[in-house]
Design a protein around this ligand. Sequence first.
Ligand SMILES: NC(=O)c1ccc[n+]([C@@H]2O[C@H](COP(=O)([O-])OP(=O)(O)OC[C@H]3O[C@@H](n4cnc5c(N)ncnc54)[C@H](OP(=O)(O)O)[C@@H]3O)[C@@H](O)[C@H]2O)c1
Length: 279
Amino acid sequence: MTILVTGSRGRVGTTLISLLHEQGYKVRAASGEPDELVLPDGVPDVKLSLAEPHTFPGALAGVDSVFLYASSSHIEEFIKTANDAGVQHVVLLSSSAVLNPDAKNDPIARQHVEVEDALSSSALPCTFLRPSAFASNTLYWSWPLKNTGTVSLPYPGAHTDAIHESDIAEAAVAVLKDPALRGGAYTLTGAASFTFAEQIDLLARATGRPFTFDAVTPEVWKAEMANHVPASFADGLLAYWRSCDGKPVDLTTGVDELTGHPARGFAVWAAENAAAFIE
Ligand SMILES: NC(=O)c1ccc[n+]([C@@H]2O[C@H](COP(=O)([O-])OP(=O)(O)OC[C@H]3O[C@@H](n4cnc5c(N)ncnc54)[C@H](OP(=O)(O)O)[C@@H]3O)[C@@H](O)[C@H]2O)c1
């Protein structure tokens, strides 16, 4: 069985490729920039940009299963090419944001909804993994924490469960391997719900540095980020954080059910990635 992994430079994709390769699966690493990949010995790479349909046939030839990142711009062409190539199963890296009642109007959730809808309407057997916010989102704080010891937070009381990317990759291995798990939609959360302020504290403990945060208004945060985050995306993030303010995340048992172990805690992720927050 040949498994094509898209998003191979991404954290989930990279981990998934290693796990599949270690377990003896034939895996092909697809990326928009295959020259940038660092792969285990023996794993072939292929150029695949989900924004460039001419790259689809070469990447999908001879493939049985696909681990797919959600990109809606050319999803119909992707599905047609996958069908023509004889693909038997697509595992989509979706998002728990699709469960929001207004997901179709949410700039962050919309892409995932569109890809889920297109796959559901197709003849391709598909499985949806719907993780919540990745623990690695905190890497956006690494530069200010490294350089100033503090980070601006418009909603320090916003909750997140910070799922470890290895838990998502292990869940993907499970659904790729076990036909009995195919066809489901699995909402995956981390081990516990924390506020952003508590996450800063956990990063401080993991690094041994006295990290703090500045509570700023949404307008100040947006102005500070203007050179790094497009305005519409910043608005989407602010609306999302506002909706999470003071509201603990509803945790699921999805990781446990698929991987056979509880979700890793954010403290585990922080310990593994402490170096990224230290000068
Ligand atoms: N972050 C979250 O909290 C979250 C939550 C739920 C769902 N998701 C979904 O999960 C997917 C990936 O999440 P992510 O963006 O947070 O992280 P990621 O796993 O690091 O993925 C980054 C992706 O961007 C591409 N890329 C472009 N330039 C890159 C570069 N210089 N280095 C590494 N990758 C580069 C890569 O694709 P190629 O290698 O194929 O070019 C890679 O797949 C997205 O579809 C996202 O919507 C994210």
